[in-house]
Ligand binder design. Structure first.
Ligand SMILES: [Zn+2]
Length: 90
């Protein structure tokens, strides 16, 4: 596997497992005391919130929805996106 391919696989594995530098994961590891998104303050900063829901990134989410709808992907949640990229989440 190429270096780029290995990095991509590693990134997808971290997304699948929820092992990221986002606050909810760091809070679980007791590395960071603030569970919540730095912008919303009321929602745990987990990957699905960061990628798909945080109002801070509304314009990026709109662009993502547009690109995904061109691929006939209309359900926007993390399991659907991982499955569309060929990753099985079970
Ligand atoms: Zn947020």
């Amino acid at each position: 596997m190429s270096r780029e391919g290995a990095q991509g696989t590693s990134t997808i594995t971290r997304l699948r497992l929820g092992h990221t530098t986002l606050n909810a994961h760091l809070h679980r590891l007791r590395l960071f005391t603030d569970l919540f998104c730095l912008w919303c303050r009321t929602t745990p900063e987990a990957m699905e919130h960061f990628l798909l829901k945080c109002p801070r990134f509304h314009s990026q989410h709109t662009a993502l929805r547009s690109w995904l709808s061109a691929l006939a992907i209309t359900t926007l949640d993390l399991p659907t996106l991982l499955a569309a990229s060929g990753v099985h989440t079970s």
